[in-house]
Write a protein that binds this ligand. Structure first.
Ligand code: PLP
Length: 378
């Protein structure tokens, strides 16, 4: 059975050209901090990737800090800015629909003496200007709002939200893990900006935090002076090279990839609308991210549906955390105002550019068949 992978928001396949670019650096000996030839070559490879990031995201070469993941980047943005500030402001606002890599840092920030307040989101996980303005005050140090929500695929107007934060004298952190490499996006107007290579056909275990020149930042991981003293530790040279190459290719192929994803998703959605009218889509329009579609089938827990789909050859997700083998209700859906049992029904299908409309149709047919079987209405 040929499997159909529809979980690209979780991770994407490594592009063969990216692997090819990484290969020499998996075995090259040089430590980028060493002054000899081997070391200097490794440093040059990192700097080429840094140049690609700076050019793609419209930031300065020196503002790019490579880290191990989108999760580490968000942790560093929050903790590093809080520890590095000279301001007496002590309030940090975070979107209620943020990824756990932001929300789960709150207890640490609170231990450091900061107050963390969640900004409510709407039914589609978006943060409105009004809800931000209601909470912003002259005590607010930092606002963290993600660019696209990883579960629903909806976008926040982060440029406007960052503008509002700045007007109130606060800094702005944008988790752009779901948008960098997917849609045109720049760091312009953001103080802290994070992304992760494995979401755009790069390797896992490498990401970056861009820190605007002059923005407060204290290293959390300490040791040598790597990454301009923001993040110590010998660099993952092969990973960084892979990130750069993946971002370069994503920029070149962005339009074509978007078109292909959108076509596969449209085939899936159209078939589902006709054959399973019970399905409840979580957004009134198709989500802005072209590969995403999120829905519920009332009466079917996501856990049961995902097991059935997996057995039938379809990889999808609930978008929510999986702990000790059972899926917890999505904190995003709870924040959107869904009940506990509704939040346990959320299904996320995320298409990639390698998916075809035929796969979209087949996935929808499988979903309908399994739903009818579980509901007993076959
Ligand atoms: N932020 C968002 C919005 C995500 O979707 C993810 C991953 O799913 C992350 C952060 C974490 O990125 P990483 O897997 O590189 O730690």
């Amino acid at each position: 059975m040929k499997r159909i992978y529809l979980d690209h928001a979780a991770t994407t396949p490594l592009d063969p050209s990216v692997l090819e670019a990484m290969q020499p650096w998996l075995s090259a000996v040089g430590n980028p901090s060493s002054g000899h030839q081997e070391g200097r070559r490794a440093k040059e490879a990192i700097d080429i990737a840094r140049e690609i990031v700076a050019e793609s995201l419209d930031c300065l070469f020196g503002e790019v800090c490579f880290v191990s993941s989108g999760t580490e980047a968000a942790n560093l943005a929050l903790l590093g800015s809080a520890l590095g500030t000279t301001s007496s402001r002590r309030k940090i606002l975070v979107g209620a629909s943020e990824h756990h890599c932001v929300l789960h840092v709150a207890p640490l920030l609170e231990r450091l003496g900061f107050e963390v307040v969640e900004i409510p989101c709407d039914r589609e996980a978006r943060i409105s200007a009004e809800s931000l303005v209601e909470l912003l005050d002259d005590e607010t140090l930092l606002v963290a709002v993600m660019h696209a929500n990883n579960e629903l695929g909806t976008l926040n107007d982060v440029s406007s939200l960052a503008g509002l934060a700045h007007q109130a004298g606060a800094a702005f952190f944008c988790d752009a893990v779901q948008t960098v490499g997917q849609i045109p996006v720049t760091m312009s107007g953001m103080d802290y900006f994070s992304f992760s290579a494995h979401k755009f056909n790069g390797p896992k275990g490498i990401g970056a935090l861009c820190v605007q020149a002059g923005a407060p930042m204290e290293a959390v991981i300490r040791g040598g002076g790597q990454e301009r003293e923001v993040r110590a530790g010998t660099e993952n040279v092969a990973g960084i090279v892979g990130l750069g190459e993946a971002l370069r290719i994503a920029g070149l192929e962005m339009e074509e990839r978007q078109t292909r994803k959108a076509a596969a998703r449209a085939a899936f959605v159209d078939k589902l609308k006709t054959d399973l009218p019970e399905a409840r889509f979580s957004t009134s329009e198709l989500p802005e991210l072209k590969g995403h579609i999120h829905l519920r089938i009332p009466g079917i827990r996501a856990e049961n549906m995902l097991i059935a789909l997996d057995r039938a050859g379809i990889s999808a997700s609930s978008g929510a955390a999986c702990s000790s083998g059972s899926i917890e209700p999505s904190h995003v859906l709870l924040a959107c105002g869904y009940s506990q049992s509704e939040a346990e029904e959320g299904l996320r299908f995320t298409f990639g550019h390698e998916n075809t409309p035929a796969e979209g149709i087949l996935a929808a047919q499988t979903l309908v068949r399994e739903a009818r079987r579980i509901l007993g209405t076959l």
